[in-house]
Design a protein around this ligand. Structure first.
Ligand code: IMP
Length: 428
């Protein structure tokens, strides 16, 4: 049985929560492999809407084991508050597993994230301010604190002191902030330890065994391909690898075990934070996409930047992730436009370019070359099969599929759990 990776093919917020949820009933494990509470999934179950930031969206599917892999950064305060919020609404969260190797976001990481952004001024990244980048920086610098450190007080003290020795110099001397006291941080972290303990496990072992036993394991990327620290629009990216390879390192599962890689693709494009975005709209069409599509960040509440579909990006996502399928989301948002522009290539310094340029300077200059596709005005939210869609909507989907380089196997036609057209099963 399959091990699937599900990830954003654009700049995040493509509607992964809905896709994961669609599969949830048949999936045994849903695994987050990177990022932290910078992600935001909105999942609609019946008349209930859930906004999740850190927890895998599979937590809402009974029978499914949600897993926070070693590649995730965990803010323990956020973890506990998300869990208790779900418990208050009657959701059973007892099956959650957290890797002992996942790194912890502490208050000093959040502080450093915010002061760094302020210091960068006009050059800021537009981070979510959740401490994600500084926590990954500490991991790579080998001064991070891991979940397992919560259970060895003397190690925890030594590690927090080591991390703060350096950070306090920066905070005080560069940013003119008060030094953070190691003792206070240790005390706060120890305060979470017992509540988190029941969830801590050797997730790598459990997941590999599950795959070997034929269980269905779904690896769920946070953010999106273009926010990947290696393959995205660096430096305007997040500090981890949402691309498919990140599922292997972030969960401890080898690439030979992954059978399918599904890219979530919005029928138009959005982006949060700073950085290049060739098809961005600054007119009434952009405003309409934002309003109709409800394009406001689940995590930050910031308005998302909106633009037309960009096939160059979709092709790139197919390439760097080895996508086997797409899940096209939010097609219903495009209902009502007479014509829909789709970016098929870029013009860079007078030349037509079909593939995403590797050079940041070229990408900053890229101008979209649009092809106009005929729109539709019929309500599509009740469509159950591909043939229920108006002819022009079918043609739009087919055109996107051809330009993007992988089959579109499901289409989201509304925000509800059932408002999805399934063309090919992801589990076959
Ligand atoms: P960070 O992940 O908080 O460090 O932010 C880095 C960049 O990634 C910023 O542009 C954020 O707006 C963006 N970002 C982080 N998480 C998400 C997400 O879940 N969806 C969309 N953008 C995100």
């Amino acid at each position: 049985m399959p091990a699937l990776v599900l990830l954003g093919a654009q700049w995040g917020d493509e509607g992964k929560g809905k896709a994961t949820d669609l599969l949830g009933g048949s999936v045994d494990y849903v695994v987050r492999y990177q990022g932290g509470n910078n992600a935001g999934h909105t999942v609609v179950v019946g008349d209930q809407k859930y906004a999740l930031h850190l927890l895998p969206s599979g937590i809402l599917s009974p029978g499914c084991t949600p897993v926070i892999g070693n590649g995730v950064v965990v803010d323990p305060a956020v973890l506990l508050s998300e869990l208790s919020g779900l418990n208050d609404r009657g959701v059973d969260t007892s099956k959650l597993l957290i890797s002992g190797n996942a790194h912890l976001i502490t208050p000093y990481h959040t502080t450093v994230d915010k002061v760094t952004e302020r210091f960068l001024g006009k050059r800021k990244i537009g981070t979510t301010g959740r401490g994600i980048g500084p926590t990954y920086a500490d991991k790579i610098n080998r001064v991070g604190i891991r979940v397992q450190d919560l259970y060895d007080e003397s190690i925890l003290e030594q590690k927090v002191e080591a991390a703060l020795d350096f950070k306090n110099q920066i905070l005080a001397k560069l940013y003119n902030r008060r030094a953070i006291e190691a003792g206070q941080i240790v005390e706060e972290l120890l305060g979470y330890a017992e509540q988190i303990k029941p969830y801590v496990a050797d997730t790598t072992l459990i997941l590999n065994n599950a795959i070997d036993e034929g269980k269905v394991v779904l690896f769920e990327g946070g953010q999106g391909t273009l926010l990947d620290v290696d393959h995205g629009t660096y430096p305007f990216v997040t500090s981890s690898n949402p691309t498919a390879g990140g599922a292997c390192t972030g969960a401890g599962v080898g690439p030979t075990k992954i059978s399918r890689v599904i890219g979530i693709l919005k029928a138009y494009t959005t982006r949060v934070g700073a950085g290049p975005f060739p098809t961005e709209l600054f007119d009434k069409d952009g405003e309409a996409l934002r309003t109709i599509g409800g394009e406001r960040g689940v995590t930050t509440g910031r308005d998302r930047r909106c633009g037309w579909f960009d096939a160059v990006i979709a092709r790139y996502a197919t390439r760097v992730n080895g996508l086997t399928d797409f899940f096209l989301t939010k097609l219903d948002v495009l209902t009502g436009w007479e014509q829909i522009p789709v970016c098929v290539a870029y013009e860079i310094d007078g030349k037509r370019v079909e593939e995403l340029p590797y050079s940041q300077s070229d990408f900053h200059h890229a101008k979209p070359i649009y092809e106009m596709l005929p729109g539709w005005s019929e309500d599509i939210t009740k469509a159950k099969t591909f043939s229920d869609l108006p002819k022009n909507a079918q043609a739009y989907v087919k055109a996107l599929e051809e330009m993007s380089g992988a089959p579109i196997s499901a289409i989201g036609v509304g925000p509800g759990r059932t408002e999805t057209i399934e063309i090919n099963s992801f589990l076959s």
